[in-house]
Design a protein around this ligand. Structure first.
Ligand SMILES: Nc1ncnc2c1ncn2[C@@H]1O[C@H](COP(=O)(O)OP(=O)(O)OP(=O)(O)O)[C@@H](O)[C@H]1O
Ligand SMILES: [Mg+2]
Length: 490
């Protein structure tokens, strides 16, 4: 157990490091230490302390609760280790724990005062993504080195830039290496990462978070498999006490409490609904927005009017969708189709370039409405604006998307495959056009994709994919004729 410095807030409350209770000092939280009446005498902050559908970032550490034991154990873990592979179910809170819990806690540890936080998601080119994360601290000319798709890149970047600082390299959503990154970049990045890990430099801490259902993807990489064997931890569910803190503490710090029995009801609904943390966070935010905060109590009646935990999310999504006219609904569907992938029949969220949806006016308008109402999120990554479904829970619990996935399954699957193959074809043809053409699709799959393209069922394809589809029949025909001629000459 560790004894860590305490923070005393302006309200005079004792908080653990980054708001968590850690070590041998028994800190009690506002919601546990004060009575409701006492909490009501605090300064009232009307702005919601819940994140809704947004993700926890490091700046949100003061709103992050319920993971004390994990933060404390992982802080200790990094005294002995340099690498962590954090596994867990989708939406179990891996990214949040690292971003809003562990990183702020580490920054408060002796020796980590100058911690350089290099957080990124792999995306199509993990070297490029790493490079972007370096730009928060280093100049373009210094960071350039990180762009080389080579085995020794990471080691070289550390050697030339780190000096005597302490680095934290956090590759969040490590599974993107297997869903979004092409094989070449993936292989080099994994090799590069292994090389760096093998250096065992105690001033470079490395954290990877990955959905546990991607574990079998490590099989072709034996050294990564070994890292998993030695350095992985499985993030487990929050218990009722953790949940109580995550629910009550943000409100209490704003001077607000819950009506007697409401926290219990929310926890029990949460348990029945397969424990989705994103939904819980969304519901709490909705509850806050709907209730009269001036009276400082969040009410059971407001919660029931929202339809409980799942009701809140669906209601919001339904309302936005119902306000669209037919043309807008179609545009929204086309956007969602481009943002959904299917893996082993499970719908997963996919990121796409925003520009793909900005070409047509209605679609552009609908896109921004979806972003404003938080059904989609937009980000800037690697100098490009991207968008994705705000939370995967929407794919699982919103009827409109469930129906869409059911009706358009073939289009989603083929659309995903054709754009992935087109990307590969595009890269290959730059080096070896003949080999690239051999990669072209043939047979019934080709016929169907051309058919779908012609009836405009495949909207929002990127330019390379459009070209790929256009060029396949032409080249295929040419190859067929050539072979026929050769046969005749024989
Ligand atoms: N300690 C917490 N207290 C309250 N809500 C939380 C907590 N941790 C996570 N959440 C909620 O759950 C959502 C999902 O968390 P997060 O994105 O960290 O999960 P994840 O395991 O990284 O998911 P994915 O598998 O999609 O990467 C967050 O956006 C937040 O709304
Ligand atoms: Mg995550």
């Amino acid at each position: 157990m560790t004894t860590e410095p305490l923070k005393v807030t302006t309200e005079g409350d004792l908080l653990g490091v980054a708001g968590h209770n850690s070590g041998t000092v028994n800190i009690t939280y506002i919601s546990q230490r004060l009575s409701d009446t006492e909490i009501h005498t605090r300064k009232l902050i009307e702005r919601s302390p819940y994140l809704g559908l947004s993700k926890f970032e490091t700046k949100d550490s003061s709103k992050f609760f319920g993971r004390d034991t994990w933060i404390s154990e992982l802080t200790d873990y990094f005294k002995q280790n340099n690498v962590l592979l954090l596994l867990g179910a989708s939406g179990s809170g891996k990214s949040s724990l690292i971003r809003a819990g562990l990183i702020p806690a580490l920054e408060n540890q002796p020796g980590y005062e100058q911690l350089v936080n290099l957080t990124f998601v792999p995306d199509a080119n993990p070297f490029q993504s790493f490079h972007s994360s370096l730009l928060t601290k280093y100049k373009q000319s210094e960071a350039k080195l990180a762009q080389a798709v080579k085995e020794d890149t990471l080691v070289k970047v550390v050697q030339s830039l780190k000096w005597d600082s302490q680095w934290l390299i956090f590759v969040d959503q490590f599974e993107e290496l297997f869903t979004t990154t092409p094989k070449k970049e993936r292989d080099f990045f994994i090799k590069s990462l292994i090389q760096l890990i093998e250096k065992s430099d105690t001033s470079v801490k490395i954290i990877l978070t990955m959905r546990a259902d991607f574990l079998d993807k490590l099989s072709p990489y034996p050294k990564l498999g070994k890292i998993h064997d030695s350095y992985s931890r499985m993030l487990t569910d929050m218990d009722d006490n953790d949940l109580r803190l995550a629910i009550a503490e943000p409100a209490a710090s704003n001077g607000v409490t819950f009506e007697q029995g409401l926290i219990y009801q929310i926890i029990s609904d949460f348990r029945k609904r397969a424990g989705s943390l994103p939904l819980l966070q969304y519901t709490l935010n909705e509850l806050w927005k709907k209730d009269n905060i001036q009276d400082r109590v969040l009410n059971i009646k407001t919660y029931q009017d929202l339809g409980g935990v799942t009701g809140a999310l669906q209601k919001q999504a339904d309302k936005i969708y119902a306000d669209f006219n037919e043309q807008e609904k179609k545009a929204a569907q086309n956007i969602f189709i481009a943002l959904i992938g299917l893996e082993r029949k499970e719908a997963v969220s996919k990121r796409a370039d925003i520009t793909a949806f900005e070409k047509e006016e209605t679609q552009k308008k609908v896109l921004y409405q979806l972003i404003d109402s938080r059904l989609l999120v937009s980000k800037r990554e690697d100098g490009k604006a991207t968008t994705e479904v705000a939370h995967e829970e929407l794919l699982r619990s919103w009827k409109v998307l469930q129906n869409l996935i059911r009706d358009k399954e073939e289009i989603i699957v083929l659309g995903n495959r054709v754009s992935a193959d087109a990307k590969q074809w595009d890269e290959l043809r730059k080096k070896n056009p003949q080999k690239a053409n051999n990669e072209l699709w043939i047979g019934s799959k080709l016929g169907r994709i051309v058919e779908l393209e012609q009836e405009e069922s495949l909207s929002n394809l990127d330019d390379v994919t459009k070209e790929f589809i256009k060029v396949i029949p032409i080249l295929y025909e040419a190859a067929y004729n050539r072979e026929n001629k050769l046969d005749k000459l024989k």
